[in-house]
Write a protein that binds this ligand. Sequence first.
Ligand code: NAP
Length: 307
Amino acid sequence: MHCDVIICGAGTAGLSAAIYCGRYGLRPLVLEKVFAGGQAAGTPHIENYPGAPDISGFELTQRIQAQAERFGAELLTAEVTGYDLAGCPKKIFCGDMSYEAGAVILAVGAHPRQLGLPNEAALIGHGVSYCAECDGFFYRGKTVCVVGGGDTAVQDALYLSALCEKVYLIHRREGFRAQAVSLTRLTERENVELVLNARVTELVADGNLTGVRVASTLPGGENGDRLLAAAGIFVAIGTEPNTADLAEHVALSVSGHIPVDRLMRTDVPGVFAAGDVVEKDLRQVVTAAADGALAAFAAHRYLEELR
Ligand code: NAP
């Protein structure tokens, strides 16, 4: 199958790119392995997207998807299994199927970073979660921990404090990366306890999580160790880019992100990147949307020049 632009990933960046491609008169094919919406779809409340002062990530991304489809984007649920990006046309492989296009936009996003504890993976679904919006409901009336000091951790703790009896927010230092407005709101919640200068050392379980052991990160272990009784732990310690299978195809930074120029161009002509997978300083829904728009603009210009 041949189309003008293949967009890998249907998060905010990919869908925004699809809207702009459609409006430029290009036929975009959007490939997504799970479901449209990406990481933003799992964000309980988004308050900083211009024009939508209080909206769930799910609703916002559903709207962006509908808008992309209105402008002619074709969305396909398919996992990308291979790339041939060097020549023209570019080829994307999904199992037995292959798709060709003049340009490709990589909007493959990122996945949650893990704590790296031995039983962490085995406890997924038994107390360990990386998505408060998806799993919070199962912990109604219980005590849970959230780990991290960024926007995700603080937003998750806020969301869970409305559902759970108690929320411990565990962070490895005192300063937070999260925006001050959410942090202030969090400190006003009576059922939230901040456990600062602490790191998780053990997930205590009897098949299901029963507790979280934390140790001090201060010099000399000043805070001492604590065992926090908890039925759930929500890990929100940042993300890692989904680029494991891209290393042979485009240049990656040390952190595995894709470096791009101001027009979202990668080091391969005709290949653009957008959203959380890109090397950048501010990962927000609004910057993902802007990346997508720019990538579509640049892909359109590239295809015009080819013709
Ligand atoms: P983040 O901003 O990278 O924060 C990750 C947090 O986890 C940091 O506080 C970091 O601690 C901590 N951390 C990292 N590795 C750790 C480890 N191995 N053990 C313990 N703690 C660890 O990640 P994020 O909160 O997921 O946010 C990602 C991006 O999405 C950000 O740009 C954020 O602004 C954006 N976002 C925005 C919204 C919103 O605006 N509504 C919501 C969610 C996310 P240190 O601070 O000590 O490094």
